[in-house]
Design a protein around this ligand. Structure first.
Ligand SMILES: [Ca+2]
Ligand SMILES: [Ca+2]
Ligand SMILES: [Ca+2]
Length: 361
């Protein structure tokens, strides 16, 4: 148990019991209602951060980010010799384009890319129509890495509209027989600024003391800016304990609109406990937040400045996991239909605190 317990042991046990007992009716009802609301408000195919892909096996993952006010730069992957690429995805994080990806695109390693999947726009009170896009770049990246020397691969990247595109994230998942059996989970979309959650639920109870046990999370965040007078950060809780209050900033870009991006990457250190803004590179070791016997890891995010886009969350954990976004764990049964009136009643009880802040970047 970490010292940074915000909710207390009782609350934490409640959360874990909630995950273990999926028949918990009222909690499930609220979760379904919140998801229904997000879908209605968002008006897009995606509602908040949702599971995009889960890879299980002798797998590894490379992540990296790039942003700039110019129209081209470099983005990288670190892949060991002998590995073969299972899948590769490129994301772009945009601002002030009306929630559309029109005019958004570019090239990766000389090949044209169009971000064909709009991951949705954060609803109010978030500002600036913050919207990310995703495209599958496996056909571009795989031939450049498979059979290659291994190590660092650098790719040129360009943006069609650099002022709107804050930057890109490259996620490469690969197979290598010598790697331990593990799970890579990719969640994407947007985290609602007033509070959002994701859970990893495991088939077997976790033992963080087991040899080789690991659990890591990396975030991709757009349109975040911090200096001595402006503070735009996200708070992240893991199993009810505070992981960071300082996720965000433009670590992989620059301090100007059109370059505000940070991605926890292969070249970033794991954040220390309770990192400062400078220390937080959006790459986190979750092991200290796991207690022996836990069957889930629950993540909650909040962005009180209402102007940062958490568009990507990549998990890499030992063993086989099921990754989902229900705050109470992975519900496997189909919920009964809810009337809009019932949804409204549930939402009235949610009572989130909301604050507004002006973007000054
Ligand atoms: Ca740009
Ligand atoms: Ca980074
Ligand atoms: Ca950061």
């Amino acid at each position: 148990m970490s010292a940074y317990n915000l909710l207390g042991e009782e609350r934490k046990s409640f959360l874990i019991r909630g995950v273990q007992n999926m028949k918990f009716k009222s909690a499930k009802f609220l979760a379904v209602a919140a998801a229904a609301c997000a879908a209605m408000v968002g008006g897009t195919a995606h509602a908040a951060l949702t599971t995009f892909q889960t890879f299980v096996g002798n797998v590894g993952v490379s992540t990296d980010g790039w942003g700039g006010t110019g129209s081209s730069g470099g983005i990288s992957a670190m892949v060991p010799a002998g590995a073969t690429v299972r899948a590769a995805y490129l994301y772009t994080s945009t601002n002030n384009n009306g929630g559309s990806l029109q005019g958004i695109g570019g090239t990766l390693a000389g090949s044209a890319v169009s971000f064909d999947t709009n991951l949705g726009t954060i609803p109010a009170p978030a500002c600036c129509a913050l919207t990310a896009g995703r495209t599958d770049v496996t056909s571009i990246i795989k031939p450049l890495i498979d059979g290659g020397p291994g190590g660092l691969y650098n790719f040129q990247i360009t943006e069609s509209n650099s002022a709107i595109q804050d930057g890109e994230a490259l996620v490469v998942v690969y197979d290598l027989p010598s790697l331990p059996f593990s799970t890579v989970g990719i969640l994407d979309g947007f985290a609602q600024t007033t509070g959002d959650s994701a859970s990893i639920t495991f088939a077997n109870a976790l033992d963080p003391a087991a040899p080789g046990f690991f659990a890591e999370m990396r975030l991709g965040i757009g349109f975040s800016f911090n200096n001595q007078s402006v503070r735009q950060t996200s708070r992240v809780l893991v199993n009810g304990d505070l992981l960071t209050e300082n996720a965000g900033n433009f670590d992989d870009g620059a301090g100007a609109n059109g370059a505000l991006i940070t991605v926890g990457g292969f070249d970033d250190p794991l954040s220390p406990a309770l990192p400062t803004v400078a220390q937080d590179k959006e790459r986190y070791n979750l092991v200290p937040f796991v207690d022996a016997g836990d069957t889930s890891i629950n993540i909650r995010t909040f962005n009180s400045s209402n102007d940062d886009l958490i568009f990507l969350s990549v998990f890499h954990v030992s063993g086989e996991a099921v990754i989902c976004t229900d705050p109470n764990g992975c519900v496997t049964t189909v919920p009964e239909p809810l009337s809009l009136a019932l949804v409204g009643m549930a939402l009235a009880g949610l009572g989130y605190q909301r604050r507004r802040a002006q973007k000054t970047a």
